[in-house]
Design a protein around this ligand. Structure first.
Ligand SMILES: [Zn+2]
Ligand SMILES: [Zn+2]
Length: 390
């Protein structure tokens, strides 16, 4: 089969690789009909996530048709059309039973690597996201093996197109959980750093969950335009205003009630801060560039929540913990518990509350994945979300 394989920073290739096969009774094989490139795939593409190996198959946002199931999978049949959560979960461990699906104790055989990298254990296995997260082959391919298929995949109605349900695999639940984590109360203002796909869904979700105002922050005009026109957000361009001051001004001096960092570890800090992070990263004294997170902490209103759907991979420096402590902030973060949100968010799509296709700017063939990665990374052609068709 054809698959999108990682070969190093800035180097992905479409290659012919062996077809996946059932390895365990709870596996299923899915013929992929649609798959997407995620902002977090760009961290792999940029080579900043450790434990990638040449030839690893990428992709954690995918859906398709069940073509084979293992003997223990009773809920799926050949021909079923399913979306698959990007987090892999066993369904029965201490954490899965508490619906902390992305912290499953049984789906990541390489959690020990995280103990070496972080000095602490890691979360569940993830599709196509390094050996640190299990080394599972991803879904930017013609076929993919889905472990614990009796727990993860959800059947989707024929009345909805692939593009309407594809983002249930990650970015819609991820944006939604980011907003839910803020425990939004009537009258609240939510600021969202990063108006990429997750940020766009966080904006919509914050309104769905009752926010009075949502403010989107980015530097790309096309993303800000989408946040404004599709999401109904007020917007701030990082390159045009001093964000902290602008947020204060917009909120009577208090700052936003809650702040969402949908940027993560590759934030482009500006001025001295940006230079500082680049130097610290080069010296290996810091592994991530947390400019957005610092801003969110400093801007957040007293008693607010800093919610972090953006991915972090290692050590951060110059975190304003004093400000966070003084203001009594709550921090919520982590990979999304996708399984928890599949059904409720599918219902919102069925009822027409939200059409997730609004984020798609590029539709390409699987063969054109290398171009898709380049276009997305360089934000060429106003790229926001790329969908690939195997
Ligand atoms: Zn993703
Ligand atoms: Zn589990």
């Amino acid at each position: 089969m054809k698959a999108v394989c990682w070969h190093g920073a800035g180097d992905v290739r479409v290659e012919t690789v062996p077809d996946p096969a059932i390895l365990y009774p709870r596996d299923a094989i899915i013929k992929v009909t649609s798959t997407a490139i995620c902002g977090s795939d760009l961290h792999l593409y940029d080579g900043v996530i450790p434990t990638m190996q040449k030839g690893d198959i990428l992709g954690h946002e995918f859906m398709g048709e069940v073509v084979e199931v293992g003997a223990a999978v009773k809920n799926l049949r050949k021909g079923d059309r399913v979306v698959v959560p990007f987090t892999i979960a066993c369904g029965h461990c201490h954490f899965c039973e508490r619906t902390l699906w992305s912290l499953c104790d049984n789906s990541n055989p390489n959690a020990w690597m995280a103990e070496k990298v972080y000095g602490s254990t890691s979360g569940s296995g993830l599709f196509g996201y390094s050996h640190l997260f299990g080394g599972y082959a991803g879904g930017q391919a013609e076929y993919v093996r889905v472990p614990f298929a009796d727990t993860g995949p959800m059947k989707v109605p024929e009345s909805l197109t692939d593009e309407q349900v594809l983002f249930l695999t990650d970015i819609f639940p991820t944006g939604y959980m980011a907003a839910e984590n803020c425990n939004i109360q009537p009258g609240d203002t939510v600021a969202v750093w990063g108006c990429g796909p997750v940020g766009q869904f966080a904006i919509k979700s914050a309104y769905m969950l009752g926010a009075d105002r949502v403010i989107g922050i980015d530097r790309h005009p096309k993303r800000l335009k989408m946040a404004k026109e599709q999401g109904g957000a007020e917007v701030l361009n990082l390159d045009e205003v001093e964000v902290g001051e602008a947020l204060k001004e917009m909120t009577g001096g208090w700052g936003p009630s809650h702040c969402i960092d949908a940027v993560g570890l590759e934030a482009h800090g500006s001025g001295i801060e940006g230079i500082y992070d680049n130097v610290m990263n080069a010296l290996k004294l810091e592994t991530d560039k947390p400019a957005a997170l610092r801003q969110a902490i400093v801007a957040c209103r007293k008693g607010g929540t800093v919610s972090i759907p953006g991915v972090y991979g290692g050590l951060l420096d110059k975190m304003p913990m004093g400000a966070a402590f003084a203001k009594g902030l709550t921090f919520k973060m982590g990979q999304t518990h996708v399984h928890r949100y599949l059904q409720p968010l599918l219902e919102r799509i069925v009822q027409g509350e939200l059409d997730p296709t609004f984020v798609i700017t590029h539709r390409l063939k699987l063969d054109d994945a290398p171009e898709g990665y380049r276009t997305f990374r360089d934000q060429k052609d106003d790229c926001i979300k790329v969908v690939l068709k195997p």
